[in-house]
Design a binder for this molecule. Structure first.
Ligand code: IPM
Ligand code: MG
Length: 358
């Protein structure tokens, strides 16, 4: 029997609630399947850890994580710790050294969920955003001089490398070619940003030569927000820089009905390091501890984790269970306009897994 070691890092805020729910659901799934085992170990890293130890995770945290097959991550961010500390101290401290350069963000309108767009049905919105996850605007280059003086200077340098852009472009073309519509949109801002973004466009055209089956086009990121909103059915796979895709994926989540259902995978496609799976929503301190966080994003990302581990039938079973539950409005959490609790949604998904006979 296949057995996988999973590191659970719930982190901050509702991260703790949704990862607990996700672990329960995954254990029920493994039991129902019978063909694989999941061995979870949980780590209490995050803002509470920072307040005690002055660091978000231990110095040897990454060494510890290396032994795992995957990382199941909740959220980081606390009202009383600056965001750049929590982000760079934990999430980016894992993503970047583990070279999880492909961030994959599927978006669909799940059954039973009402998106905010008039005349847009589930069949009109089925996207995967591929976010470059290792460089670009998140490269961490820059600095500040003359702090506090009127002449203070700050730079925030965006880095694009040929190697970095080529590998994400290949990943995106590959993914597009594996999807039925074989359609890819390359997002840049090469009218205003005339160096790095022009290189993106050039590399896209080069890589496209190896994928004659994929139809592709280019969009400027500002115009892309309009196309996503007004003509969602013209899009399928989308590739963009770290920051552009960060912004577009929030828009995508909103157009699909709620940030609470949106999943993401931070992949190291070569598997030199473990990949990391998380909901997009973040720590949501306004609802922390109320038991009403939507666990669906955390369940959906678990399907991506199972696929990455090679357990496709289990991933499909979990997705069917999620969709059966979202189809019932009495099982919607408040972010979807309902009154259900995390507990109720989790129990319903577990029941759907146990009752799934496919
Ligand atoms: C995301 C988030 C993060 C990001 C935040 C928490 C720093 O918005 O995963 O989309 O910008 O990468
Ligand atoms: Mg974001």
């Amino acid at each position: 029997m296949n057995s996988y070691k999973i590191a659970a890092v719930p982190g901050d805020g509702i991260g703790k609630e949704v990862i607990a729910a996700g672990v329960e659901v995954l254990q029920a799934l493994a039991e129902r399947d019978g063909g694989f085992k999941l061995d979870f170990e949980s780590f209490d890293w995050g803002s509470d850890y920072y307040k005690k130890h002055g660091i978000m995770m231990p110095e040897d945290g990454r060494e510890t994580l290396k032994k795992f097959d995957a990382i199941y991550f909740g959220a980081v961010g606390a009202p009383d710790v600056p965001d750049h500390i929590t982000l760079w101290g934990l999430r980016l401290a894992i993503c970047q050294p583990f070279d999880q350069y492909a961030n994959v963000r599927p978006t669909r309108i799940l059954p039973g969920i009402q998106g905010p767009l008039r005349n847009v049905e589930a069949k009109d919105l089925d996207w995967v955003i591929v976010r470059e996850n290792s460089e670009g605007e998140y490269a961490g280059q820059g600095g500040r001089s003359h702090r506090g003086f009127p002449e203070e200077v700050a730079t925030e340098v965006t880095i694009f490398t040929r190697a970095g852009v080529t590998r994400i472009m290949r990943f995106a073309f590959e993914l597009a070619s594996s999807r039925p519509r074989k359609l890819l949109t390359v997002v840049t801002k090469s009218n205003a940003q005339r160096h790095g973004m022009v290189m993106w466009d050039e590399i896209a055209a080069e890589v496209a030569q190896d994928y004659p089956d994929v139809t592709w086009d280019k969009m400027l990121v500002d115009a892309m927000t309009m196309r996503m909103t007004l003509k969602p059915q013209t899009l399928d796979t989308i590739v963009a820089t770290n920051l552009h895709a960060d912004i577009l994926s929030d828009l995508a989540a909103a157009l699909a009905g709620s940030l609470g259902i949106a999943p993401t995978a931070n992949l190291n496609p070569e598997r030199h390091f473990p990949s990391m799976f998380e909901p997009i929503h973040g720590s949501a301190f306004d609802i922390t501890g109320k038991g009403i966080a939507n666990p669906v994003g955390t369940f959906w990302t678990a399907t991506m984790m199972l696929e990455h581990l090679g357990e496709k039938p289990a991933a499909e079973r979990l997705m069917r269970a999620i969709e059966r539950v979202t189809a019932d409005p009495s099982l919607h959490t408040p972010d979807l306009g309902g009154q259900a609790t995390t507990r109720q949604v989790t129990d319903a998904v577990i029941a759907a897994i146990q009752g799934d006979n496919a």
